[in-house]
Design a protein around this ligand. Structure first.
Ligand code: SF4
Length: 370
């Protein structure tokens, strides 16, 4: 990171909530490994990497992965040169694996077409793999100080409360954006974005916000109404459908059978134990499984449950032992002792634990806020 000279800070306007928030941020900002200290220019590579990792994932879960990536691939050129399989393995456990694949594609694009430098505008950032509107705005504001309106889940909550927006969140997004747009200052947009995120994560929390500590209390409609937790107004959530299936753990004394999923789609390119197709619960029993190996299969008691964004999954686990480690076509036996190095996704770590191959994984998926 590069130190720059003392940049003059804008004079706060009276009655300007942004200025009050920025003053609060000077004193209460979270220290995070990807965040530049005051007076230090941000590292766009670190900002980008952290923003991709933080999508759908908690700050606590991301810190370990961020450090591992920065240690192993300290620059975007290093990451671009890495084999995609290695990137996927390092990402294993963080979930939403398309992010890792896009991360690598983006590193390659920036390294090969842009001389290793990220573009600075939202439009140009949006053209890169894996960068959507939120991430483009966050990188433009935080890494390059551009005036961009950055709205994540924390910011939505803070703005909905400040403005007392009375419509359900799904329909309230344009109003939230318009209010956030008005609030965002011309200068220090990056600090402002991070201040809003920090306020949402540490003060304006989903339950029991600490309004007594809030620098925006005087401007807050929800606080004035005494109805902070009513905002943002929640719509009715459609129920997540349930899919079910069978999964097969075939092992020798030291090895276990695995295969690699197709490169695209859910858990794309990740290692898995072979399984039947996952079908909607209630649908008629599939006649054929996409996995069939003759063995003395034993059904394990209990089930493995996992929640994906659009459906919940319940798997029944079968195990069997085989004297020979000859794998069916498209599969392979790997040493159980090396299983962690395979970069199993969380679901497969749960299956491995259920079958007694590994210890149960720790939860990494994020809850409602970063
Ligand atoms: S006053 Fe309370 S509800 Fe309003 S923004 Fe601050 S913490 Fe959130």
């Amino acid at each position: 990171m590069v130190r720059h000279g003392a940049a003059p800070k804008p004079v706060p306007l009276p009655d300007n909530p942004a200025a009050e928030l920025l003053a609060w941020y000077d004193r209460h900002r979270r220290r995070l490994p990807w965040r530049a200290e005051p007076g230090v220019l941000p590292n766009p590579y670190a900002v980008w990497l952290s923003e991709i990792m933080l999508q759908q994932t908690t700050v606590a879960a991301v810190q370990k992965y961020f450090s591992a990536f920065m240690t192993r691939w300290p620059t975007i050129a290093d990451l671009a040169d890495a084999a995609v399989d290695e990137v996927m393995k390092e990402w294993a456990g963080l979930g939403y694996y398309a992010r890792a694949r896009n991360l690598h594609a983006c590193a390659k694009a920036v390294a090969s077409k842009r001389g290793g430098r990220f573009p600075q505008t939202e439009d140009a950032l949006l053209a890169l793999p894996g960068i959507g509107p939120y991430t483009a705005a966050a990188i433009a504001a935080i890494a390059f100080g551009q005036r961009a309106v950055v709205i994540d889940g924390n910011v939505e909550r803070v703005v909905a409360r400040l403005a007392g927006i009375d419509t359900p969140l799904a329909q309230a997004k344009p109003a939230i954006r318009a209010f956030a747009e008005e609030l965002t200052p011309r200068r220090q947009a990056g600090d402002f974005a991070q201040a809003m995120m920090d306020l949402g994560a540490t003060v304006c929390t989903p339950q029991r916000p600490a309004c007594a500590l809030c620098p925006l209390r005087e401007h807050c409609r929800a606080f004035a109404l005494g109805q902070q937790e009513r905002f943002p107004v929640k719509g009715i959530k459609p129920e997540r459908p349930l899919r079910i299936g069978n999964i097969f753990v075939l092992r020798t004394a030291e090895k276990v059978l695995v295969r690699t999923r197709a490169p695209r789609g859910l858990l794309g390119g990740m290692t898995e134990f072979p399984s039947s197709k996952w079908r909607n619960a209630g649908a008629s029993q599939a006649k054929e499984s996409d996995f069939s190996v003759a063995a003395h299969w034993r059904r394990l008691p209990g089930r493995v449950e996992h929640v994906f964004t659009h459906f919940a999954l319940r798997l029944t686990v079968y195990t069997a032992e085989t004297p020979s480690a000859v794998a069916p076509a498209g599969m392979r036996f790997v040493a159980i002792a090396d299983l962690r190095r395979e970069g199993l996704p969380s679901l497969m770590l749960k299956v491995a634990a259920h079958a007694g191959l590994l210890e149960a994984p720790r939860q990494t998926r994020r809850g409602a806020f970063k």
